[in-house]
Design a protein around this ligand. Structure first.
Ligand code: NAP
Length: 320
């Protein structure tokens, strides 16, 4: 595994991190969840990304993670970098959602209990909720650090203006933003224009989620929707309606290009995100240990010629 310095901090992160958004809930197979986590750790993927609401049911991915940690990895805590987040809807009720101090502080306590951890390595405000002042959310994160419940803090999906405010507030509070999470993949390049450069220029590390567009950039939907895929599952976030003929065709053309590079489509799609020098790490998702072993091969070639990059953009534009 390759490790890269995270922004202007002293922390190194693996270039591939593992996210537990799907397939680690209490509706999922525990044995498979355990195999996926241990396979990742054995490969040097030591950063694990959680959130209060991951499941389903909400909270159960943290419970699963805590169980595996206790049973199999208890002596390895110091070799792991573990994140969690709050600010998306976790439970119905007035305090179960949003970036208020009330929710962020209570939610971090609940996440620590579910995982059995003493502290998170990084705790994020999962989103800007459009209502809570940025100062309130950021001060809550700063206080979590002062309370010893998080070593570092991060933000996720903040719009540009609020992103700037967050960095400024955290800098002045001497708790600089360690990590900024944005969606980035060949099909969704919006964050590359402003949010990612701003994060990198502000000294924050950048970690990109859904680098395979939830599986659309693997070619698995080339002959319809497989029964065991995320789009087929009732609990999956990827809707069947998002598997459009245009994106299937784009994936087909991209797969042909990947083959010319000696890569699978998934490998090329991951390599494409890693090719951005501002990107510290990617959070990959998985439903099988096999995916992890396949996807790690992306690290063998993350270089692209200008011609290849233009060709990728042409394929995407030609299938919108
Ligand atoms: N901050 C935020 O708001 C936010 C939002 C979303 C995600 N995240 C984080 O990012 C993580 C990753 O997101 P993601 O799961 O959408 O990532 P992704 O890497 O784009 O998609 C993962 C899915 O792609 C499929 N896949 C992966 N490798 C494959 C392979 N080699 N061959 C065939 N299919 C393969 C699997 O789907 P199947 O189930 O179909 O097999 C897998 O579950 C999450 O777990 C979470 O930690 C953060």
């Amino acid at each position: 595994m390759e490790y890269r310095q995270c922004g202007k901090s002293g922390v190194l992160l693996p270039r591939l991190s593992l996210g537990l958004w799907h397939n680690f809930g209490d509706v999922d197979d525990y044995g498979n969840a355990r195999d996926m986590l241990l396979t990742a750790f054995d490969q040097g993927i030591c950063h694990f990304d959680l959130a209060n609401n991951y499941g389903p049911s909400p909270g159960s991915a943290e419970t699963t993670f805590g169980k595996i940690l206790k049973q199999d990895l208890a002596t390895h805590r110091d070799e792991m970098f573990i994140s969690s987040k709050a600010a998306h809807r976790m439970w119905s009720g007035v305090y179960g959602d949003g970036g208020s101090r009330k929710n962020l502080i209570a939610s971090c306590d609940q996440s620590l209990r579910r995982t059995g951890l003493d502290y998170f390595d990084v705790f994020y405000c999962h989103r800007y909720d459009g209502v809570t002042p940025v100062e309130e959310s950021m001060q809550a994160l700063v206080d979590l650090v002062h309370q010893g419940k998080a070593l570092y803090v991060g933000i996720s999906k903040f719009p540009y203006e609020e992103q700037m405010q967050a960095y400024d507030y955290l800098q002045k509070a001497h708790v600089p933003c360690l990590l900024s999470q944005y969606r980035c993949n060949i099909f969704d390049q919006k964050a590359k224009k402003m949010n990612i450069p701003l994060a990198a220029n502000s000294g924050s590390g950048v970690i990109c989620f859904s680098p395979l567009a939830q599986g659309l950039l693997t070619g698995k939907y080339s002959n319809g929707i497989p029964a065991d895929s995320r789009a087929a599952k009732e609990t999956g976030f990827l809707q069947k309606s998002e598997v459009t003929p245009e994106c299937v065709e784009a994936a087909r053309q991209l797969a042909a290009m990947a083959a010319e590079r000696g890569q699978s489509l998934a490998e090329m799609a991951l390599a494409w995100v890693l090719n951005d020098p501002d990107v510290t790490s990617l959070i990959i998702g998985t439903s099988s240990p096999r995916h992890i072993l396949q996807n790690i091969k992306a690290l063998e070639n993350t270089e692209f010629s200008e011609e290849e990059l233009s060709r990728i953009d042409e394929i995407v534009a030609g299938n919108e």
